[in-house]
Ligand binder design. Structure first.
Ligand code: G3P
Ligand code: CA
Length: 269
């Protein structure tokens, strides 16, 4: 089924569940981690924000409006920024009903709860630092939580964890604070800038519309901070033919709301 190039069947292309298996369950919840596990998906992506009292929570948007019932529970607290609510307040919110009645009562997980669930399932985590400019010091907070949860031992940092961000500054800070942790830059830097990114990033993770065979080759030609060739996870691809095309172009991973569709497309041979 694949064109010439790198045959997907012999490459190790992983499917990463974007915000959990978020086409089938409410994004960034423990239910979405479980749904990924039920599909046999090992890698899970999430997004991390910080509450008013300094707790790390897993949520994509900087506001609680789209994916919780915050406007019902706290009608006077517009614009409902995560950073204006305490962890205890956020724990009262329903983060599942918007997706479907069977998910009523699903919560916004703390990062610690999310890590526990991933560990329970022997899954791996692609952790995205969202909007670091809103949360000064969040890189250290994330590393502290990872350490407390047992995720900074050699096994986890080598095999189970990648920290990604659209912010090069956030990744530079993570790399300076804990050089062993693998990091991924979200974006498509010019080829002549790749060696600068490679001082702190092990991956270049571009939007799929920007991936070309030449770009994959340019990324692969550079070695990252741990001496290995830069890797590439691309996002967000939900259909099989595009996933197969990405595999043929030579990416290492495809981030998807339908990771089962991607997995089936890149392993079809
Ligand atoms: O993992 C990449 C992708 O999640 C980046 O965009 O907005 O879905 O976090 P976004
Ligand atoms: Ca994300």
């Amino acid at each position: 089924a694949h064109a010439a190039g790198h045959p997907a069947a012999v490459r190790d292309v992983v499917a990463i569940a974007h915000r959990g298996a978020s086409a089938y369950s409410p994004e960034n919840t423990l239910a979405a981690v479980d749904a990924a596990r039920d599909l046999g998906i090992i890698w899970v992506e999430n997004d991390v924000q910080r509450t008013r009292d300094g707790e790390l929570v897993v949520l994509h948007d900087p506001t609680l409006s789209r994916t919780t019932n915050v406007e019902e529970v706290f009608p006077d607290r517009a614009p409902w920024n995560v950073a204006d609510f305490t962890a205890a307040e956020i724990a009262r919110l329903d983060a599942g009903s918007w997706f479907g009645p069977r998910y009523a009562g699903e919560r916004v997980p703390t990062l610690a709860q999310f890590l526990d669930r991933i560990s329970d399932h022997h899954q791996k985590l692609l952790l995205e630092i969202k909007k670091p400019e809103l949360y000064p010091g969040i890189e250290q907070d994330i590393l502290d939580t990872l350490r407390e949860e047992g995720w900074l031992d050699a096994y986890h940092v080598r095999r189970q964890l990648i920290v990604q961000s659209f912010s090069a500054d956030a990744l530079r800070r993570v790399h300076a604070l804990k050089p062993a942790v693998k990091t991924g830059f979200l974006g498509t830097p010019d080829p002549d800038e790749l060696s600068a990114y490679a001082r702190f990033a092990d991956q270049i993770n571009p939007r799929y519309t920007t991936v070309t065979s030449e770009y994959v080759d340019a990324v692969r030609a550079v070695r990252g901070p741990h001496g290995r060739r830069l890797e590439m996870f691309t996002w967000t691809v939900d259909d099989g033919p595009t996933a197969a095309r990405m595999a043929d172009l030579g990416v290492d991973g495809v981030i998807s709301n339908r990771p089962d569709v991607v997995r089936d497309a890149v392993s079809a041979g």
